[in-house]
Ligand binder design. Structure first.
Ligand SMILES: Nc1ncnc2c1ncn2[C@@H]1O[C@H](COP(=O)(O)OP(=O)(O)OP(=O)(O)O)[C@@H](O)[C@H]1O
Ligand SMILES: [Mg+2]
Length: 223
């Protein structure tokens, strides 16, 4: 079943077309990787998917509904995003995880908080100040923070590329486990072909804003 679909998705800024007429479908529970050279429009494409940027034409269907009909708060909750650099605010790990649900008028249950921290391998970190986290730990908290909103689709923009090798391997393997355990639908941008192969079965290649290829990951990344 298709959960996310883009139809002729396009974004033009100052006569430059960053995302050019992209139509794809993503199945529920699928991980799709997004690859392509620097400046290809990968981040621009991902940012359109939760309406951080506005398409100039085309749209996105979330579970069959045009996303322009959804309140932006609901859309951002349902389509979560994790960036290259951890996105946290000053305070404790627990405070960061509770933030999203609270914005939607909910309280993150204590057992759910424990579960999320366990999932990212930071069980004992609830009261830790985020200023005292390593880069890899901070990125894991960032991931847990996004998961605390129970997103239906998870967008990941090079989530491991700012980390050293050890932390990169750690975060990647946690990510793989969580995606499988939760049956999450993911779109992940990566510069690392091996990471694309490990995390996704299908991949899309962007060049100069255009979709050049979409298909089995091995065929796309080793083309
Ligand atoms: N807000 C903006 N206004 C105008 N041009 C932009 C804007 N954001 C990005 N661009 C340009 O759009 C093109 C695509 O950028 P984008 O960041 O999407 O590429 P990318 O594939 O994610 O690259 P990288 O692999 O380096 O992250 C680039 O030429 C970039 O300079
Ligand atoms: Mg980018």
């Amino acid at each position: 079943m298709v959960i996310l679909e883009t139809t002729h998705l396009t974004r033009t800024v100052d006569e430059k077309t960053l995302v050019n007429d992209i139509s794809i479908q993503v199945e529920r529970g699928e991980t799709l990787s997004i690859v392509g050279p620097s400046g290809a429009g990968k981040s621009s494409f991902l940012r359109l998917l939760n309406r951080l940027d506005e398409p100039t034409s085309g749209t996105v269907l979330l579970d069959g509904a045009d996303y322009k009909t959804l309140p932006s708060g609901e859309l951002r909750r349902r389509v979560g995003m994790v960036l290259q650099s951890p996105y946290l605010f000053p305070g404790t790990v627990a405070e960061n995880l509770r933030f999203g649900p609270r914005q939607h008028g909910k309280t993150l249950p204590e057992d759910r908080l424990r579960h999320l921290l366990r999932q990212v391998g930071l069980e004992s970190y609830a009261e830790r100040d985020i200023a005292r986290l390593s880069g890899g730990e901070a990125q894991r908290v960032s991931l847990a923070r996004t998961l605390a909103n129970s997103p239906e689709v998870l967008l990941l923009d090079e989530p491991t590329s700012a980390l050293d090798r050890t932390a990169e391997a750690e975060v990647e393997s946690l990510l793989g486990e969580i995606i499988a355990a939760e049956g999450l639908t993911c779109l992940i941008i990566t510069h690392n072909p091996e990471q694309a192969v490990r995390l996704s079965r299908r991949s899309m290649l962007l060049e100069a804003g255009k979709l050049v290829k979409i298909g089995p990951v091995e065929e796309v990344v080793h083309a």
